[in-house]
Design a protein around this ligand. Sequence first.
Ligand SMILES: [Cu+2]
Length: 174
Amino acid sequence: MAPGAWWEEPVHPLERAWVVIAAFIAVVFFSAMMLVWHALGQQNVRGRAYRVDPKAYQAEVERFVQQYRVGEEAGQPVVAPPPGSDVYMLAQRFRFYPILRLKAGERYVLHVASIDYLHGFSITQPHVWNLQLYPGYEWVLPFTPREPGTYHMACNDFCGVGHEMMLGKIVVER
Ligand SMILES: [Cu+2]
C-alpha cells in the first residue's frame, strides 16, 4: 500500500455492510412511495379534467348558484346543494365563487375551473386538493366530506395584485 494514500486502504466490512443496508432501505422506500402510497396515500388527485368553455362554465355555475342559494356572506352567495349532487366552484381574479355548504358523510362531485387566468386551488380539508386551474379545463372530483368544519382554500399560483386575497370557503355541517 502506498504510504499516506488513504483511498487505497480496503473498505472495512462494516462500512460495506452499511452501504448495502442503506441502498436496500432506499430501494424499499422508493418502491413504497411509487406503489403503496400511490394506492393508499391521500396526496393523489382522484379526479379528471375536461375541456370546457369558460363562458359556458360560468353560466353553469350561475345556474347552480341561483338554484341552491340559501344566503349571502360578505358579498358572496352561500350555496347549499342537495347531498349527492354536482357542486360547482369558479375561480377568477381574485375570488373563489360561491361559498359551498355541504353535509358531512354525503358524497358530492366537485367541479372547479378558472374562467380567466391560471389559478391554484389548494385546500387540505374536507379533502386534500392541490390543483392548477388552467383556463379552459374543468376538474371533476368526487369526494365525501367527513369532518364538519369551516375550511378555506387559497390560490397558490400567483395571478396578480389581488392574489393574496384570493380565498374561498367550504362549510361542512353535520
Ligand atoms: Cu389566483
